[in-house]
Design a protein around this ligand. Structure first.
Ligand code: ZN
Length: 284
């Protein structure tokens, strides 16, 4: 496998014993995710999996906010320049066909791969995590966040049910998932802790240190035990129908994309939606 190291959107380092860290390095854009960033993250995860000296992987982010979500300016672009990692193809086909395949590959497909990586992953989160930002955090096994962290998926403002990796009912519970989606409002760190969505809330100044300490503690344990424990828990979620739920929701999500293209001539570009989200941000 070719070892890519010249990343443009991320950095990779080894901050501790048997710990690899991937850091989103697009702080000037609040770590908005374009396709290049997502494929770079995927490549870095793959390299960490192939390295037997790595037992735990941390996913961190530069700047005040973990991630503002998908870079909408990239929406609808072809992904031909990247090597696909799922079974999907036909990304350039017209109408809903090509874009459905694209989002199955680059959003759902990548998230599902990361959720199933055979090594424990820990998201280290500060500031805002918005919509697609959750799709980097939720596939991780553990989440450590700072007190200022907040989590939202405001896309019903665009007439969409939720972001593509629809695991909201598992992450925050069905009741809170509905409120989160209906209102578009953010869940704060303490609420996320109470709901079991995050493992630990720590002061921002201690976020890196505390995350690494947890990563190193886990990395002292046998790799096979970690892999098997992860699979056992993931299989419990599989048994509850998590994958089927994601795929059902993805159909609704693309119904919304197609509707918006027909009515608003864009994926999510309902001008009213932007003003709703802006109003909500001021309140929050
Ligand atoms: Zn989408």
């Amino acid at each position: 496998m070719t070892q890519q190291t010249d990343y443009e959107r991320i950095r990779v380092d080894r901050p501790g014993e048997r710990v690899a860290r991937i850091t989103l390095a697009r702080a000037d854009r609040r770590n908005a995710q374009d396709y290049k960033m997502l494929y770079e993250i995927d490549d870095a995860f793959s390299q960490a999996i192939d390295d037997d000296d790595v037992r735990t992987i941390v996913l961190a982010a530069d700047g005040p906010d973990f991630s503002s979500g998908h870079d909408l300016s990239a929406g609808g672009d072809p992904i031909d320049e990247f090597d696909r990692v799922t079974e999907w193809g036909g990304f350039g086909k017209e109408g809903a066909e090509g874009y459905y395949a694209t989002e199955q590959e680059v959003y759902v497909g990548l998230c599902w791969r990361w959720r199933n990586l055979p090594k424990p992953t820990i998201a280290q989160v500060q500031g805002r995590v918005i919509a697609g930002g959750l799709m980097l955090v939720w596939p991780c096994d553990l989440i450590v966040c700072s007190e200022d962290a907040s989590f939202s998926d405001p896309v019903t403002a665009f007439g969409v049910n939720g972001h593509e990796f629809f695991v909201h009912p598992w992450e925050v519970g069905a009741r809170k998932a509905k409120e989160m989606l209906f209102s578009g409002e953010a869940i704060d760190a303490e609420t996320a802790l109470r709901l079991g969505m995050v493992n630990h809330v720590v002061p921002l100044a201690e976020l890196e240190k505390r995350t690494l300490a947890l990563a190193e503690r886990i990395a002292e344990r046998p790799s096979f035990g970690l892999t098997l424990a992860k699979r056992a828990v993931n299989h419990a979620l599989d048994g509850q129908g998590q994958w089927t739920t994601i795929q059902n929701a993805m159909g609704l999500h693309h119904l919304a994309h197609t509707h918006n293209r027909l009515v608003h001539n864009g994926l999510v570009v309902d001008p009213a939606g932007f003003s709703i989200i802006k109003k909500g941000a001021k309140r929050g």
